[in-house]
Design a protein. Sequence first.
Length: 505
Amino acid sequence: MPALLAMLCTLAPLFSAPSAASYLSATVGGHVTVGWSNQPPYQFQELHGGDDVVTGLDAVLVREAAERAGFTLSFEHVDFARGLEALRDGRLDVLIGAYKSPERLGYARASRPYRIGRDRLFVAAGRDLPAVGDVDALFDALLERRLSIAVARRYDWGEAAGPGLERLDAAGLVRWTDGLAEAGRLAILGEVDGFLGDQLAGLALLRDNGATGRLTLHPLVLQVRSIHMLFSRDGLSAAEAGAFDRALAELDREGRVREIAQGFASALSLSVAFRSDLIDLFFIVGIVAFSISGVVIARTGEYSIFGALVLASLPALGGGVVRDLLLLREIYFFESPEMIYACLLTIAAGYLFNRLLDLLRGRALWFFDLVNLVVYLRRRISPELTMQVFDAAGLALFTVTAVSIAAEEDLAPLWFWGPILGAITATGGAILRDMIRKDAVNPMLHSAFYGEAAVIWSLAYALFLQFLGPYAGPGELLAASLVAMLGIFATRMAFTLLRWRSPRY
């Protein structure tokens, strides 16, 4: 529900956005100073062409809005608490990435909402905190266990968390900081037991400091609120603030806000949900599955060792190569040779296993039962079915990882490019394999519901990532990925076992 609320709040301004004509007629110009703090993926500095450039979801959006409204801008790094003070005193014109509150509206104007903030508790691993159902119960648990947390001062923690923080502070369990980066650093160093912060910004902080496994997200969401830009009443007139707002509306109507969110927020969520070791595991399992399907074909078709290598490596590696060539990326197994090792070891293991069975069949009494069990299973389970099972597993794993890569590469619209990359990665190599088989009729292109299963489920997965991914947690993303994998596998096997045919052209 929080993810659905986030999507609805993000899309709501689309229905009230002004026309292009009214936007242009009210455009004004000037120079504005924008305050930012280090909060990837929203605001951070990155090296481009030898220069440090302020980027991130908030920074890119304010830059594009300023350009449309006829403003020039400069960025000034400032901790969030001090940024509010500078905005109030007129030393900053704009502060990005802020909640709207009655106090802040006394000295600033708020833009229309452009994204959603989800505040969570990050707690050190091993701290026994229950999965409570409300915020008061969570703070009661912190008090009972005497767990200290770092909290950025002057953040608006809302009516639900505010009283709980006051109780913790009275008990001496709160370390106040100037911003999220300092709060996270104290928790990473072990000076406190946890910290409060925006979900994505906190995950990015842990990832960038190599502390993803040392602190975890408590399942309770403290608050879900819309994020705004704040315009200084002293620095910008009502007309100038309105010009910014109309520019944001135009960007929202064109889908640009969603594209920017996908590029920064979805990529971060995926990188956390699919940690490097997990995504590598998915790839390796997929490569092994496709390699086994090729080994089964080589065994039943009496191919040579080199033939087995070709039949196994094409589906295991070929689709990923085609995908990376289309994206102008470095071929994935050049930087991860273990992918090739997995393919070669699978082929070698299959060869040795078959030779061992041939050698020991009827000769070793102690091995008799195991050999006969394998022979029995081979009679009951056809090589074709074995090949289909492992082929379906490889199809599922490769499709989902390819859609995730499309999201991380900021391909828009994701609902279009995700299924294309998924189908290319998962089916390209298998199609090539079947094209070179001596008995191939290439059922994937004739009767098998193969690529169709990949396209249908990758479309559903891409739609989830595009519209809900920027605000989904790592657990939700991982669950969606597993559902897509199981859906592809189940769909493919259902068509195989029930002998359903793909619809004819």
